[in-house]
Design a protein around this ligand. Structure first.
Ligand code: ADP
Ligand code: MG
Length: 137
């Protein structure tokens, strides 16, 4: 079994879409093995998205991620990273396939409702960023 980190980003958490997104997770056969509500500081958001430090959208992205509460979630399932990214859809909601979360709920390229790790190594790093072993079932 593989694990991945999902985030219900501030735009979705603030519009009361958490239940709908959790329902998509569960109907895709992914299992929630840890979940908590957090409000990242700007510093924490910058650390989390360090790979994008040189990108022009970095400052705006990290302001947004620190703008309100979000849910961080560990998912388990076969090919969990791929499966969850399929359910999320393309980064830009305009390009996301019908039936994906970003297509249905995303507000803009930046405020695209959900995050998912893009590889086993990023999943390991991102899960350890938010959770201790004790917090994961
Ligand atoms: P993904 O979340 O699909 O893995 P990236 O890792 O490329 O996408 O980017 C991380 C996040 O940064 C995106 O989910 C989105 O919120 C934001 N983002 C990406 N590209 C842009 C952009 N060109 N302008 C504004 N925000 C962006
Ligand atoms: Mg990414």
């Amino acid at each position: 079994m593989d694990q991945t980190l999902a985030i219900i980003k501030p735009d979705a958490a603030s519009r009361a879409l958490t239940g709908k997104i959790v329902s998509r997770i569960e109907s895709n056969g992914l299992k929630i093995i840890a979940m908590k509500l957090i409000h990242m500081s700007k510093d924490q958001a910058e650390d989390f998205y360090i790979e994008h430090k040189e990108r022009p959208f970095f400052d705006s992205l990290t302001d947004y991620m620190a703008s309100g509460p979000c849910y961080v979630i560990v998912l388990e399932g076969e090919k969990a990273q791929l499966q969850w990214r399929d359910a999320m859809g393309a980064t830009n909601p305009v390009d996301a396939a019908d039936g994906t979360i970003r297509k249905d709920f995303g507000q803009s390229l930046e405020q695209n409702s959900v995050h998912g790790s893009d590889s086993p190594s990023s999943a390991a790093r991102e899960i350890a960023f938010f959770f201790s072993e004790l917090e994961i079932m």
